[in-house]
Design a protein around this ligand. Structure first.
Ligand code: SF4
Length: 206
């Protein structure tokens, strides 16, 4: 399985690697210690040809139990926010930087991200979205290869290789930082405007 460089020079969609193939390679992954403590590996869910791919941090308790990303409170928040961009949950694909829940929801460790990130790169390569929405610092710093935080980077689009990248707050963070919610909402409206101004090309399967 080849590993993609996100900031590459590819403008054409590369060789198709299906999400099923990537999931098969992951199998019962034990490449980092989180494999020992998870209930379910949370691969990702959604439209395999999505124009917009959302990337979160890692599974929380509900996600770990159900094996799906963004169920529970953060998932409900996300569903509400999607409408501001003219999107429905079935339009998008959503995955996390790491596929297994860190115990007690601690932050993922650099070595865990390093072990897991090739799978996310392959998911991005397979879906080949137009826009990657990074929810929170971990996704933003991974995709944009930066040390800067999301508060500095949000509110505008960035470009990395083929992909337009929109960093914004993680919906779960707005539960504790309610003043971030209007900013997250503004970013979602900005995304909707971008999508309206850049309609899918004729012949694209979306
Ligand atoms: S977090 Fe990723 S690398 Fe670690 S065990 Fe889970 S799937 Fe494997």
């Amino acid at each position: 399985m080849g590993v993609m460089h996100i900031p590459g020079h590819e403008h054409q969609k590369p060789r198709e690697v299906t999400l099923e193939e990537i999931r098969d390679v992951l199998g019962n992954c034990q490449l980092c210690p989180l494999g020992q403590t998870r209930t379910n590996l949370v691969f990702g869910v959604g439209n395999p040809h999505a124009r917009v791919m959302f990337i979160g941090e890692g599974p929380g308790r509900n996600e770990d139990l159900q094996g799906e990303p963004f169920v529970g409170a953060a998932g409900q928040k996300l569903n509400g926010l999607l409408g501001l961009a003219g999107l429905r949950r079935e339009d998008i694909y959503i995955a996390n930087v790491i596929k297994c829940r860190p115990p007690s929801n601690r932050n993922p460790r650099p070595e865990e991200i390093e072990a897991c990130s090739p799978f996310l790169r392959e998911q991005i390569r397979s879906i080949w979205p137009d826009v990657i929405v990074c929810l929170g610092n971990f996704a933003t710093q991974f995709v944009l290869r930066t040390e800067q935080g999301v508060t500095k980077l949000r509110g505008r689009f960035h470009q990395t290789g083929h992909f337009v990248v929109m960093p914004t707050f993680h919906p779960a963070a707005t539960i504790y930082h309610q003043d971030w919610l209007p900013l997250l909402e503004a970013d979602m409206r900005m995304l909707g405007q971008w999508l309206a101004e850049h309609p899918a090309e004729a012949g694209e399967v979306r």
